[in-house]
Design a protein around this ligand. Sequence first.
Ligand code: DX5
Ligand code: ZN
Length: 221
Amino acid sequence: MKPFAIAPSILSADFARLGEDVQTVLDAGADIVHFDVMDNHYVPNLTIGPMVCKALRNFGITAPIDVHLMVKPVDRMIGDFIEAGATFITFHPEASEHVDRSLQMIRDGGCKAGLVLNPATTPDCLEYVMDRLDMILLMSVNPGFGGQTFIPSTLDKLRHVRKLIDDSGLDIRLEVDGGVGVQNIREIAEAGADTFVAGSAIFGQKDYQAVINQMRAELAA
Ligand code: DX5
Ligand code: ZN
């Protein structure tokens, strides 16, 4: 299992001063920048694309950037995000015509590849591509918006996917996204997650460091 990592979702950051806000949350102790890309087609919301990822790199953000693609089709965005400085690129399997090819494109571009499972998506689709994955992201809300409530069935799925990863012996990060906060991070970790996306729970507070410290304290407890 990977060391715990906290990945603030910049969906809830201040877009008018994004570079500064991302730097502030990293200075407060965040490990990974979670970058939500929505296309008003695969999900009913519209956010940011590769130009903004590139702008964060040009601003001086050096932390890993975890690009969560909620777009359909997928492949056209992969090359653009590789060039824009993404570290991880994850996508939803039902949004890609050829999942194996999309995963290969990501790795061929030097990025880490991952699949994202919606709350109702079964983990079966992982079986034949485990060796092509650096990350599995389990959605604990339906994708599209920040600030939603954690769906409890995710805990069972986390336990199941944790076992798949452990049995495979592969080095795959298990990330959870949606409704994560100080109040539930410990049980989510106990169910097997090692990487925690949190948007509103962090950016909704004035003192990012205080929230991140509370999360780490829960994880250490
Ligand atoms: C939802 C996004 C999430 C979202 C999480 O589609 O993938 O990353 O920002 O927001 P919170 O932490 O507020 O539930
Ligand atoms: Zn996300």
